[in-house]
Write a protein that binds this ligand. Structure first.
Ligand code: GLA
Length: 387
């Protein structure tokens, strides 16, 4: 990949001298969905797919960016210090937002830079291509300009940029998973305190598989921000009685005791998801540590039902994949993963039955939804690094 990126840089900017190549991963979340902005736990892993960049600083104040994923959209060219929203090409607002966020926090570039990006995360799959380009950009700028920012602060800075520059009110999960990824491990993160623990994913005879519904997911245009507001409203109503700062502080029984404070059934459903999903995530991490894959799989399946019925962030395509998969032999658990409204499912399957499972889902999904699904074997990779 290093050679591919260096060659691309040469093609676009006419030289390859002094070019460095960096990578930051995408993520898949095993369980703990829509809990990260509710003060709960999440359990994602960084992937070995992500975004790459070939970069070289310049002697003047120009910043140029090109993406090999969108060659038809052309080049983005801005000046150091001039960080407004870019109309065209639109993809570059993720890296520009990060440079803007650095600037806002006092990390100023003293020269321009030429950048070529290339990502191998399927677009719209909900596997965090945006977090990976953000973390990548913050990571190489931090290295090259010597800002000395820690990885957790890189994740927070990227979230800040996505919230304030790109207008998506996302939580910290995606940027944290990309910044702090560790090969072979899931990250058990308490989003209220940012304390985290690595949990080795050592499956014996089973494998993780991602199934892309190919129904495009985008949290900017989805009901994501509505869900966040609904959860906040439910929280403020619960606070009349319960002394809590977030829904993540409630156990299931405490929620049942206080839920009468919530004024309508829709908001009860939203809060119930946030509370129960957080507790499921804590149980799932313990199950994984005890190698209890049966329990882990059951918790995944319950998570999907809650996301579908209480939080209402699934969609027909994801529901069909989960429903059909659960009928098959060798399936331990499966759920939608990420923000929802499209994107991917993640499941745990017997390794020796996986080909058969893929074939069956492929056929029935095409039949019922008229779309072709894609399948990716999950390899859990490291966080950002130089190649
Ligand atoms: C998106 C957001 C995350 C998280 C998930 C849902 O991926 O970016 O912060 O809220 O949705 O769990």
């Amino acid at each position: 990949m290093k050679d591919k990126l260096t060659e691309l840089f040469l093609k676009i900017y006419g030289s390859r001298d002094g070019v460095s190549v960096y990578f930051a991963p995408g993520r898949v979340n095993l369980i703990g969905e829509h809990t990260d902005y509710n003060g709960g736990h999440v359990f994602p892993c960084a992937l070995t797919i992500g975004t790459y960049a070939a970069v070289k600083v310049r002697d003047d104040r120009k910043i140029r960016m090109y993406s090999d994923n969108f060659p038809q959209k052309g080049m983005c060219e801005i000046e150091v210090g001039d960080y407004g929203y870019v109309e065209k090409p639109d993809w570059c607002n993720y890296p520009v937002g990060v440079i803007w966020a650095l600037y806002k926090k006092g990390y100023v570039l003293d020269r321009g830079i030429d950048i070529v990006y290339y990502g191998d995360i399927p677009s719209g799959s909900g596997l965090s291509s945006s977090a990976s380009i953000e973390v990548l950009t913050a990571y190489f700028l931090n290295e090259i300009f010597g800002f000395g920012i820690e990885l957790t602060d890189i994740a927070l800075l990227c979230q800040y940029s996505e919230n304030n520059f790109n207008g998506s009110n996302c939580g910290i999960m995606d940027q944290f998973a990309s910044a702090k990824g560790k090969a072979g491990n899931a990250i058990f993160l308490d989003t209220a305190t940012l304390e985290y623990e690595y949990a080795p994913v050592k499956l014996d005879g089973q494998s993780l598989l991602i199934i892309n519904s190919n129904k495009k997911h985008s949290i900017v245009n989805s009901h994501y921000n509505d869900r966040r507001r609904e959860a906040e409203t439910a929280l403020s109503q619960l606070q009349k009685e319960a002394d809590i700062k977030s829904l993540g502080e409630l156990s299931e029984s405490e929620f049942e005791e206080h839920k009468h404070c919530i004024e309508n059934e829709l908001l009860v459903k939203r809060a119930r998801h946030a509370v129960y999903e957080n507790q499921r995530t804590i149980k799932a991490k313990m199950a994984l540590q005890k190698n209890d894959i049966k329990l882990f799989g059951e918790l995944m399946a319950e998570s999907h039902v809650s996301l579908r019925d209480d939080y209402e962030v699934s969609c027909r395509e994801l529901d069909v994949i989960v429903e059909e998969a659960l009928k098959l032999d060798g399936v331990w658990g499966i759920r939608m993963t990420g923000g929802g409204f499209g994107g991917c499912c993640v499941g745990i399957f017997d390794t020796d039955k996986i080909d058969n499972i893929k074939d069956k889902i492929d056929v029935v999904y095409k039949e019922r939804c008229g779309i072709k699904a894609d399948f990716y074997d999950v390899s859990i990779g490291d966080g950002p690094h130089k190649l």
